[in-house]
Design a protein around this ligand. Structure first.
Ligand code: DLL
Length: 433
């Protein structure tokens, strides 16, 4: 089936605003009449859907948070009888109950279209052979990209994650042109390929569709350099639909949000106030088509900004900047706020270390006492000259201090000594002393 919605990438401002307002009103009416959760929320707050006519009225609707969805476990967010739900996905998170998302036939159809648009935007075509190396399961990455790529007409190899040796040999034999995975898995696979004696550039890979976790500039360059492909990044989250919310075009200057399908807002994470265009804050998303488990004004916790300027590719839908952190993964150490992305940026400035790092939070009775940054040396940077290593640790610590206003402990690790994951990289570990 062809994707019939690509023209919506190019709607002019008035057309898009009109379409969005109509869809917003419809989404609000639908949630209020079909979802017991929103019905009671609106009643409590004395809001009537008839009074929500434009985007300003819309901003009066209370936010929905991860906690709301957790409390609704498992089916409290459903707006249709369960027999209309065809598929369930869930995101585990690190604590508490999982968050459940249920999809009707209509949701699955819209979702496949949205992912197809994101893939096409990045440069995927019917001629491509795409290896999906995201986990197939409750995680939305595998199935989401699978059906989107099929909708686009590409040939899909549903490999799932793990089993790297086999993954690589099939990738070679099948002449795979697109690798679909988290950026950290793409990097890990390149390392594994080299270890097995392959030249990663000798594969037929041309394009990477990477997402599900942050990808720094240094990491992207590393992946591109190792595989000899063009790496693109896309963004999404289970609570809103999964992947298929925003993605890069070949200009790679932020990720275009499918604005006809999702309404984005940026808020101040502390006050909840909607911020003016271009400000950095927490992304709030409202999907405009959802039938099964609708959500309104979902607080993603992801920190970014909306880019209003016209993109070189000619698309009119706005872009969101790359995620710089999550409002809920800010670490507070001795009164100082630290985001893992800040550490990553500093580390990227040192050519002696690799993109593999982790933050170890040393805790005593539950509170953080100390931060240790463990980072791997690149094989060429590895030396047994203690003085040199000590001096390098000192320089990294100094740079971190100037950015973070606190100097964490820095430990240089041997190449390939930090654990690799086949899905999202685990950057933060806690150690109770
Ligand atoms: O990770 C959906 C997805 C799958 C997106 C595959 C793209 C590709 P969750 O497991 O619910 O869903 O995790 C969502 O992951 O709130 C972000 O914090 C983070 N995330 C996802 N994509 C990006 C990205 C999927 N491109 C959470 N850059 C989100 C930075 C990302 N963070």
């Amino acid at each position: 089936m062809a994707i019939n919605e690509q023209h919506k990438d190019h709607l002019n401002y008035e057309e898009l605003a009109k379409l969005q307002e109509e869809k917003l009103q419809k989404a609000v009416r639908y949630a209020c009449t079909s979802s017991p959760f929103y019905k009671s929320l609106f009643e409590q707050d004395g809001i009537s859907p008839e009074n929500i006519k434009n985007r300003d009225d819309f901003a009066r609707i209370p936010f929905t948070t991860k906690n709301d969805l957790r409390e609704a476990y498992p089916y409290g967010m459903a707006a249709v009888p369960l027999e209309k739900i065809l598929r369930i996905h869930a995101s585990s998170g690190t604590t508490g109950k999982p968050i459940v998302a249920g999809y009707t036939r209509y949701d699955l159809d819209c979702w496949a279209n949205a992912v197809a648009r994101i893939c096409a935007m990045a440069g995927a075509t019917q001629k491509d052979i795409a290896q999906v190396s995201f986990g197939y399961g409750l995680f939305t990455g595998g199935f989401g990209l699978h059906y989107g790529l099929e909708r686009l007409g590409a040939t899909v190899v549903p490999f799932s994650s793990g089993n790297t040796d086999r993954q690589l040999s099939l990738m070679k034999d099948f002449q795979t042109t697109i690798l679909v995975s988290t950026p950290s898995f793409a990097l890990y696979m390149a390392e594994a390929a080299a270890d097995l004696g392959y030249d990663p550039k000798g594969f037929n890979l041309k394009l990477g569709l990477f997402g599900g976790e942050p990808c720094s500039k240094a990491m992207r360059e590393d992946i591109e350099e190792k595989w000899g492909l063009s790496a693109t990044i896309n963004y999404g989250l289970t609570e809103v639909i999964g992947p298929g919310i925003a993605g890069e075009c070949p200009a790679k200057a932020g990720m275009h949000i499918l604005e006809d399908a999702y309404h984005p807002e940026i808020i101040d994470p502390d006050t909840g106030r909607v911020l003016p265009d271009g400000s950095t804050g927490e992304l709030v998303l409202t999907p405009l088509f959802k039938e099964g488990f609708p959500v309104l004004r979902y607080r993603t916790c992801d920190i970014t900004r909306l880019v209003g300027e016209k993109c070189a590719c000619g698309r009119t839908i706005r872009r969101m900047d790359y995620i710089t952190g999550r409002s809920d993964d800010m670490i507070i150490i001795k009164g100082v706020n630290v985001f893992p992305s800040q550490v990553e940026e500093v580390l990227a400035g040192f050519r002696e270390v690799s993109p593999h790092y982790r933050l170890v939070l040393h805790k005593k009775k539950g509170s953080i006492k100390d931060l240790e940054v463990q980072v791997e040396l690149i094989p060429e940077g590895f030396t047994d000259r203690y003085r040199e290593l000590e001096a390098l640790e000192g320089r990294i610590r100094q740079s971190l201090r100037s950015i973070l206003s606190m100097g964490p402990r820095v430990t240089l690790m041997e190449p390939k000594s930090l654990e690799r994951t086949t899905g999202k990289a685990k950057r933060i570990v806690e150690k109770e002393e």
